[in-house]
Design a protein around this ligand. Structure first.
Ligand code: NIG
Ligand code: FE
Length: 391
């Protein structure tokens, strides 16, 4: 039988429903309560008006917000790239070529090793408040290694992305066209049944605009929905291609022209910013203010991967976005919850309207602002996923 729980005595409740509470995009309710019925949110409002339920949890004057939606990660891999990071912190620059190191380690790993790595990073993320995550292949680059990465990922999330087009496989270094044919042919056939999304790293040293278009449209013809690694290391065609193909998200968006910003502001494609990558590669920050002021929808995610951003912490990314990308704390929290849901085209997560999945994070702090105000402090003190308390 489904049981109901009320969480009362919440100092600040972030609902992400602007019709509630203070009327801001976060729909903040002070001195609030949430009722969970089975795996869904049944009610939100002022604590004094909360209906009777089977169970009661006292939030002790702390903050509750929707669980984080990490809409961009690369968690099926083996090994790490400590040496590369060390070299970078001594002055070397980041390039897509480092991906080859992880491809070699991932190919050599057993299924059990890959799955145990994945579950370790997922447990880390959950402890930091992430209740939904997307993850990708992209460190296999053979038919067998890409499809096994997706099979393993699909045991842990519905948001699985086929990224056979991460870089040209080292086995095809002399014949990139043949690799594109593989990615859009036999590899796609093997991978499509296990994925919801198709992604491509559209960048110098990876895939150009024409190749990216070929790859994404082939995936779309097989029922996959597009998302794009776009404009990370340099200006390029990725963002415009993403908007043109109605991709759910253009990810990174570090080097944008005015036309790119206009395209994002006028299209349905979310701009997903990944400040962990700029932090760990000592690159310039994406201009979040320019995107927000133009009216683009912005998501914030970790990009967790062993090369460019080895963090599973959404709170860390929120703190970076506020301090270094000049987002307000409200904007950053919205982007890491509702923004992530928009980047996955999901309406059942990222907010706490009745009917949403009961994915909630309880902070050991009186408001969501503390996520940026108290950087590096493990503030997440409770997590409910699908109505069940998991932290
Ligand atoms: O999102 N940009 C491409 N892919 C990853 C990096 C992968 C790696 O360096 O292993 C990213 O930053
Ligand atoms: Fe990425």
């Amino acid at each position: 039988m489904m049981s109901s729980t009320v969480i009362t005595n919440i100092a600040t409740l972030v609902t992400n429903d602007p019709s509630l509470g203070d009327g801001s995009p976060l729909g903040l309710i002070q001195d609030a309560a949430v009722v969970i019925d089975g795996d869904r949110v049944a009610w939100t409002g002022e604590s004094s008006k909360a209906p009777a339920t089977d169970n009661r949890v006292d939030a002790g004057g702390r903050a509750v917000l929707p669980g984080f939606v990490d809409s961009h990660s690369h968690l099926v891999f083996a090994g790490d790239r400590t040496q590369e990071f060390n070299a970078r912190m001594s002055g070397r620059s980041y390039s897509a070529g480092g991906i080859r190191t992880t491809v070699a380690a991932t190919r050599a790993a057993t299924d059990a090793e890959l799955e145990s790595n994945l579950t370790r990073y997922l447990a880390e993320a959950l402890r930091q408040g992430t209740t939904t995550f997307e993850t990708k292949s992209g460190y296999g680059l053979t038919v067998e290694d890409e499809s096994r990465a997706l099979r393993i990922a699909a045991r842990h999330t519905d948001e699985v992305t086929y990224l056979g087009a991460h870089i040209v496989s080292p086995d095809y270094a002399d014949d990139p066209a043949a690799y594109v044919a593989l990615v859009t042919g036999e590899m796609l056939d093997a991978c499509a049944p296990h994925a919801r999304w198709i992604d491509v790293f559209c960048e110098k040293g990876a895939f150009d605009g024409d190749q990216a278009r070929t790859i994404l449209t082939a995936g779309m013809a097989k029922g996959l929905h597009p998302r794009v690694h776009a404009n990370q290391l340099s200006y390029g065609p990725g963002v415009q291609l993403a908007v043109e193909l109605d991709a759910a998200s253009a990810d990174h968006c570090t080097h944008l022209t005015d036309a790119d910003v206009d395209a994002l502001a006028n299209g349905n494609t979310v701009a997903t910013l990944l400040p962990g990558a700029e932090f760990s590669t000592r690159a310039e920050w994406p201009n979040a203010r320019r995107l927000l002021d133009a009216g683009a929808t912005v998501a914030l995610s970790t990009d967790c991967n062993p090369g460019s951003s080895f963090t599973s912490s959404v709170p860390f990314c929120i703190a970076l976005a506020v301090r270094d990308m000049r987002m307000t704390p409200d904007e950053a929290v919205w982007s890491a919850t509702a923004g992530g849901a928009a980047a996955l085209r999901r309406t059942d997560i990222g907010h706490l309207r009745p009917g949403a999945y009961a994915d909630l994070t309880l902070l050991d702090a009186p408001s969501h602002v503390h996520l940026a105000y108290r950087p590096g402090v493990p503030l997440v003190s409770g997590v409910w996923r699908r109505g069940e308390r998991v932290v």
